[in-house]
Design a protein around this ligand. Structure first.
Ligand SMILES: Nc1nc2c(c(=O)[nH]1)N[C@H]1C(S)=C(S)[C@@H](COP(=O)(O)O)O[C@H]1N2
Ligand SMILES: [Mo]
Length: 325
């Protein structure tokens, strides 16, 4: 029997995974699978127990430091590292927030990133090679999940714009599509066929070039833990957290708006733009407030997650589009 140490801030699984609840409600899950999930409290069914019974050795994290960029002021206390590294969404490793143990199975090195599509020279780069060409900095960003919880995390990485420049996109490229690792040998969640693996996300070229769009390779002075998206993940702090794709293996430049993982599952609840707005409720809950992980303090949500001065100008022509959900 798996013994779960329930923390004060934890609430029953069915309430903390509204993103996953979509499939149950819509009948995307087969009746048998839904029954098994309900019976098991949404824990992996027997077929995946192999992953549970053979816990992987913890991935060794390396110290990593970079000068903090003072331009991005979080305006609230940092979330404790212990909390940010043990309350995660990473569906490839499971639907609960407690995926940190399972995620230790992720093989984070060697790692390559494919630069594909409308670029001068499509190529595959080793992560080490890429990092040698990038100047790292630390940025403290507010992180707001669509599920109405939030954190404040010191990420270490580099602007996405620097990767775009390195990629040399053609003039015809207007979107970036991010594809993340989906390896059934390492990731129990990828065996669940009702999800449209691999996890993909997208941004417009203009959003990708925005100074806030950031690729992180570390947090709290060390390399990224697997559960936070090692070895490289996106951060777009003015958008809901699901836009911040983890464990990226491919960046493709395209002329068409990519269809994302969450859009494929439930477009009416998790659209392409997903900009934070307290005045636009999710179809099933309010977005007016957010709960801070670690302290459980409930604070008002800010439009653009408080980053309007950097991003609002990108959206002035698009008032007719569904920018916020
Ligand atoms: N590949 C992948 N990336 C992902 C997810 C996921 O399930 N798989 N979850 C997203 C969601 S919903 C959120 S809120 C953030 C959570 O990041 P954190 O665990 O580092 O706080 O990662 C995002 N990136
Ligand atoms: Mo999320």
């Amino acid at each position: 029997m798996f013994v779960h140490r329930r923390r004060g801030w934890e609430i029953p699984e069915a309430r903390v995974t509204p993103e996953a609840a979509v499939m149950r409600r819509r009948g995307v899950l087969g009746a048998a699978a839904a029954g098994a999930l309900a019976a098991a409290g949404a824990r992996p069914a027997r077929a995946w127990s192999l992953f549970d019974s053979t816990p992987a050795k913890p991935v060794e994290l390396q110290p990593l430091s970079a000068p903090r960029n003072p331009r991005y002021v979080p305006g609230r206390k940092l979330t404790a590292a212990e909390e940010a590294e043990n309350y995660n969404n990473y569906y490839e490793f499971g639907e609960s927030k407690s995926v940190a143990d399972a995620a230790q199975a992720l093989k984070v090195a060697p790692w390559t990133i494919e630069i594909a599509g409308m670029v001068k020279t499509p190529r595959t780069l080793g992560l080490d090679d890429l990092l040698r060409q990038m100047k790292l900095e630390e940025r403290v960003y507010r992180h707001r999940c669509v599920e109405a919880w939030a954190m404040t995390v010191p990420w270490i990485g580099f602007p996405l714009a620097d990767l775009v420049k390195l990629a040399e996109p053609l003039g015809s490229a207007t979107y970036l599509k991010f594809t993340t690792l989906a390896d059934p040998k390492q990731m129990p969640g990828v065996h669940k066929p009702w999800y449209p693996w691999p996890y993909t996300e997208g941004l417009t070229m203009q959003e990708a070039m925005n100074e806030l769009a950031f690729l992180s390779v570390g947090l709290y002075g060390k390399t990224l833990p697997p559960q936070n998206g090692a070895p490289i993940r996106l951060n777009t702090p003015w958008k809901y957290g699901f836009k911040s794709a983890k464990s990226i293996v491919r960046v493709e430049f395209t002329a068409e708006q990519p269809k994302t993982f969450w859009e494929q599952l439930q477009d009416s609840e998790y659209g392409f733009w997903a900009n934070v707005n307290p005045a636009v409720p999710h179809p099933r809950w309010s977005q007016a407030q957010e709960r801070l992980i670690g302290t459980d303090e409930v604070v008002p949500t800010q439009i653009w997650n408080g980053y309007g001065e950097f991003v609002a100008a990108m959206y002035t022509d698009k008032t007719k589009e569904r920018l916020f959900a």
